[in-house]
Design a protein around this ligand. Structure first.
Ligand code: PLP
Length: 466
C-alpha cells in the first residue's frame, strides 16, 4: 500500500490521513479530543495578508488575527528575512549570567519608546502566560523589597483570561479552568467584570462604570489594604468576549489603586500593539499602570515572544535595591524572537498601523459591524479599535437588558461559528457572543467583505433557530 501524501504542496495531499495522525498523537489546547476525533481537525496550510487557506482549498478571511496576534497580516517576506538573518548570525544565546544580545537590547530600547511615560525597562518571556507569571513574582518581590512582605493579595476579575500556567490561570477568572483542579492558588481574588450588558440594568453606563470599579475598593477593604499587592485587568477583556468597560471605569480603578498604594497591572497581551488604536490600551483608558504584560502583537505571532514593561516604581526597587531577582526563562530575550519583533515594529511604524486603526479602520469597523445590530438575531453590537462583539438573542428589545437570551444549552454561538467557517470567515464564539479582532492591516473594503459574510451567516443561523 502506498503511504498517504502528507506534504501539503504535493498533489494528492491526504487531509484525512493527516487528521488521523493528528488525533492519534497531538493533544491540542482547549480541545475536547473525543469530539475532535469525530470531526477531524481543520488543517491550515497557508496565509497571505488577511486570508488563510485550509488543506481542502477553502479560503477564509481571518477575523481573529490567528489568535489575536497576527497584527501585520500573514506572508510578510521581510519578517521571514529578518528571522532568517538572525538565525544565520546567532540563533540562540541566553541573557543569564551578565550576558546580552543585540536584538534583545534594541527591542527593549524601542519598546519603551512606545510605552506610556515612565516605562524604561523590559523583562522578556516566551509568552503572555509567562509574562503574567513574571508579574506575580515581580509584584511579590517588589513588596518584599519595600518592607511590606504581607502585601501578597492580587485582585483580578471573573471571566478574565490571563493565560494557562498555574499563576496565569489563577489570575484568570475562568470558572471552567478553576474547576479542573486546585485553582486559583491562594492569595488571588476576583471581582465582577465591568460588563454593562450583564450587570448594568437600571444604571447609566457612566454610573455602572463607577459601580464596577467600586467592587475593587470593597474587595481591598475586605482583605485589608495593607495586604493587597496589585490589581490586574485587561483594558478591554478579549477572550472573555470583548467586554468594553464604560469610560468611567478605568479612571476610577486608577483612583482606587492610588488611594491604597496598590500596584496597577495592565494585561495588554491583546490590547497592546495597536489593537485599540493606541500602542497600549491603557493609554486610551485613562490608566497609568505600574506593570504592562505584552505578547502576541509584539511579534505578530510569527515567533513566540512576550514580556513585561516595568514602570518606574517597580523598576527602581528591583534595579536600585533588589539585588538578584531569581527569575527567568531560557528563552528570555531570544535573539530570533526579538529580531522578528523589531521587524514587526518597523512595519507597524512605517505603515502607520496604529494611526490607521485610530483614524480609519477602527471607525470603519465600528460603523460596519455596528450595522449588524439591526439583524433580528442581534441584541447589541459594539466595537473599539479593531475588535468587536455582538450578542445573539432569541428576542430583541429596545434596551440590551430586556433582550431574551437563548437557553445556554442550545449552543447557538457554536452553530453560528460553524456557518462562518463554512462560508469563509473566521469569527470566535464566547457562549452566544460572537467576536472579531482582525489583523490591523485589514482594509476598509475587506472589513466590508467580512461584515457582509457575517450578515449572511447570521441569516443562516436565524433559519436554524427559527
Ligand atoms: N493574557 C491575555 C489577555 C490573553 O488574551 C492571553 C492569551 O490569549 C494570555 C494572557 C496568555 O498568553 P499566551 O497564550 O501567549 O500564554
Amino acid at each position: 500500500m502506498l503511504a498517504p501524501v502528507l506534504e501539503v504542496d504535493t498533489p494528492g495531499f491526504d487531509t484525512r490521513a493527516l487528521q488521523a495522525l493528528d488525533s492519534a498523537h497531538y493533544l491540542h489546547p482547549f480541545t475536547d479530543h473525543g469530539a475532535l476525533r469525530e470531526r477531524g481537525a481543520r488543517v491550515m496550510v497557508r496565509g497571505d495578508g488577511v486570508y488563510l487557506w485550509d488543506s481542502e482549498g477553502r479560503k477564509l478571511i481571518d477575523g481573529m488575527s490567528g489568535l489575536w496576534c497576527v497584527n501585520v497580516g500573514y506572508g510578510r517576506a521581510s519578517m521571514t528575512a529578518a528571522v532568517a538573518r538572525q538565525m544565520d548570525t546567532l540563533p540562540f544565546y541566553n541573557s543569564f549570567f551578565n550576558t546580552t544580545n543585540v536584538p534583545a537590547v534594541m527591542l527593549a530600547a524601542q519598546l519603551v519608546q512606545h510605552a506610556p511615560p515612565g516605562f524604561r525597562h523590559v523583562f522578556f518571556t516566551g509568552s503572555g502566560s509567562e509574562a503574567n507569571d513574571t508579574i506575580v513574582r515581580m509584584v511579590w518581590r517588589y513588596w518584599q523589597i519595600m518592607g511590606q512582605p504581607q502585601r501578597q493579595a492580587i485582585i483580578s476579575r471573573h471571566n478574565a483570561y490571563h493565560g494557562s500556567t498555574v499563576a496565569g490561570a489563577s489570575l484568570g477568572g475562568m470558572a471552567g479552568m478553576h474547576a479542573q483542579g486546585a485553582l486559583p492558588i491562594p492569595g488571588i481574588h476576583h471581582i465582577g467584570q465591568p460588563s454593562f450588558a450583564e450587570h448594568g440594568r437600571g444604571m447609566s453606563e457612566a454610573e455602572f462604570g463607577l459601580r464596577a470599579a467600586g467592587w475593587l475598593e470593597e474587595k481591598i477593604l475586605e482583605l485589608g489594604p495593607e495586604n493587597v499587592a496589585a490589581f490586574i485587568g485587561e483594558p478591554v477583556q478579549g477572550a472573555g468576549g470583548v467586554i468594553i468597560p464604560p469610560p468611567t471605569y478605568w479612571p476610577e480603578i486608577q483612583r482606587i489603586c492610588d488611594k491604597y498604594g496598590v500596584l496597577l497591572v495592565s494585561d495588554e497581551v491583546i490590547c497592546g500593539f495597536g489593537r485599540l488604536g493606541t500602542w497600549f490600551g491603557c493609554q486610551l483608558m485613562g490608566a497609568r499602570p505600574d506593570l504592562i504584560a505584552f505578547a502576541k502583537g509584539v511579534s505578530s505571532g510569527y515567533v513566540p515572544l512576550g514580556g513585561v514593561l516595568v514602570g518606574a516604581r517597580v523598576a527602581h526597587a528591583l534595579v536600585e535595591k533588589g539585588g538578584d531577582f531569581n527569575h527567568g526563562f531560557t528563552y528570555s530575550g531570544h535573539p530570533v524572537a526579538c529580531a522578528a519583533a523589531l521587524e514587526n515594529l518597523r512595519i507597524m511604524v512605517d505603515e502607520g498601523l496604529v494611526e490607521r486603526v485610530a483614524l480609519e479602520t477602527g471607525p470603519h469597523l465600528k460603523a460596519a459591524f455596528g450595522s449588524l445590530a439591526t439583524h433580528p438575531l442581534v441584541g447589541h453590537a459594539e466595537s473599539m479599535g479593531m475588535t468587536a462583539g455582538l450578542n445573539l438573542v432569541r428576542r430583541k428589545a429596545a434596551s440590551m437588558h430586556d433582550c431574551e437570551a437563548f437557553p445556554p444549552g442550545l449552543g447557538v454561538g457554536m452553530v453560528c461559528r460553524a456557518h462562518m467557517f463554512d462560508n469563509g470567515v473566521i469569527m470566535r464564539a464566547v457562549g452566544d457572543r460572537m467576536i472579531v479582532a482582525p489583523p490591523l492591516v485589514m482594509t476598509t473594503a475587506q472589513i466590508d467583505e467580512m461584515v457582509e459574510r457575517i450578515r449572511f451567516c447570521l441569516d443562516l443561523t436565524l433559519e436554524d433557530v427559527a
